[in-house]
Design a protein around this ligand. Structure first.
Ligand SMILES: Nc1ncnc2c1ncn2[C@@H]1O[C@H](COP(=O)(O)OP(=O)(O)OP(=O)(O)O)[C@@H](O)[C@H]1O
Length: 298
């Protein structure tokens, strides 16, 4: 594995207020990394430091051994930041051509439209006439214009409709298959399951977890056994070892456990009438909520 991003003991304070604390991680070529954390956790600040737009107050960031704002690094980097600002009075095609011109080996306009879903009609539109969704596509096309081998995406799908988001992650998948290294933030946790190979979880500016989405789910997510019964308060639901929590709502019971198979066997031995039995696997969202709640409480 080739390390591309090396972040060692990175800190950032704004007027004495700490936004990022002692971040240390390495990212290898081809990884698709989700940077997760609640509002204000320090994700955007971290991305801006990785891009060389903000200088760390302490610590060191190198990209393939170089400072992030060196030309050789910027030429290989594509960026979508939260706020989309485009030059006015030019057409989409003109702005794409302009930006392509900065790079030694840009993608063609055809490749860009294919990856981003921009159509002929929007290529000829002036940027100030674009809808929010079209602006997002242009912003994505601008990020890809230089044929980057590293992509930084800060909440790239915020404000996209469901179809646009699907198309976006399909293209990200294609880029990942070609070996593009991708770092993104999102508040849509299902996107983490679809796209990420690794999750870096940040809270209060500190790195809390560094693992795959599957590990995160396995380690943290509780699974649910849901059923309906005439005896929802039966002590057996509450007392079995391996039962983490029980919610009762009328006749409906939800048993939370990490081991649904063995708990289900035990529930059947109680000889109750149980119907509508379902097992729901934990999601990254559940895992994330548990993790955040746990940290807030502790
Ligand atoms: N330019 C700035 N000046 C002062 N404080 C800042 C600045 N940028 C960020 N902060 C503060 O640093 C902390 C981390 O902010 P950051 O934007 O990195 O969080 P985030 O995880 O990206 O949040 P969100 O999910 O809301 O985008 C917050 O307390 C924020 O108010």
């Amino acid at each position: 594995m080739t390390t591309i991003i090396d972040c060692v003991g990175v800190e950032k304070s704004f007027k004495g207020k700490v936004a990022v604390k002692g971040l240390t991680f390495q990212i290898d070529k081809g990884e698709v990394v989700a940077l997760l954390g609640p509002n204000g956790a320090g994700k955007s600040t971290t991305i801006q430091m990785l891009l060389g737009l903000l200088e760390p107050s302490a610590g060191r960031i190198t990209i393939s051994g170089k400072h992030p704002n060196m030309k050789a690094v910027r030429e290989r980097t594509g960026v979508m930041l939260q706020e989309v600002r485009l030059l006015d009075t030019v057409t989409v095609k003109e702005i794409l051509q302009l930006v392509r011109g900065y790079y030694p080996r840009p993608l063609s306009i055809e490749q860009l439209t294919k990856l981003t879903g921009l159509d002929e009609n929007s290529l000829n539109m002036r940027t100030e006439k674009l809808t929010g969704g079209q602006k997002q596509r242009v912003s994505f096309a601008l990020a890809l214009a230089g044929n980057p081998d590293m992509l930084f995406l800060d909440e790239p799908t915020a404000g996209m409709d469901a179809i646009a988001r699907k198309k976006f992650w399909k293209s990200i998948g294609e880029l990942a298959e070609r070996g593009t290294t991708i770092i993104f933030t999102t508040h849509y946790l299902e996107e983490v399951e679809v796209a990420a190979t690794r999750v870096l979880m940040i809270n209060h500016g500190e790195l809390m977890e560094d693992e795959t989405p599957a590990m995160m789910k396995k380690k943290l997510a509780r699974q649910r056994i849901t059923f309906t019964t005439n005896e929802p308060q039966h002590p057996g639901f509450f007392q079995e070892a391996g039962v983490l929590d029980v919610h009762v709502d009328g006749k409906k019971v939800i048993v939370f456990t990490e081991n649904p198979d063995s708990i289900l066997k035990i529930l059947y031995t109680l000889n109750l009438e149980m119907s509508d039995v379902t097992i729901t696997k934990g999601t990254v969202e559940d895992a994330y909520n548990q993790l955040t709640n746990r940290r807030e409480v502790s």
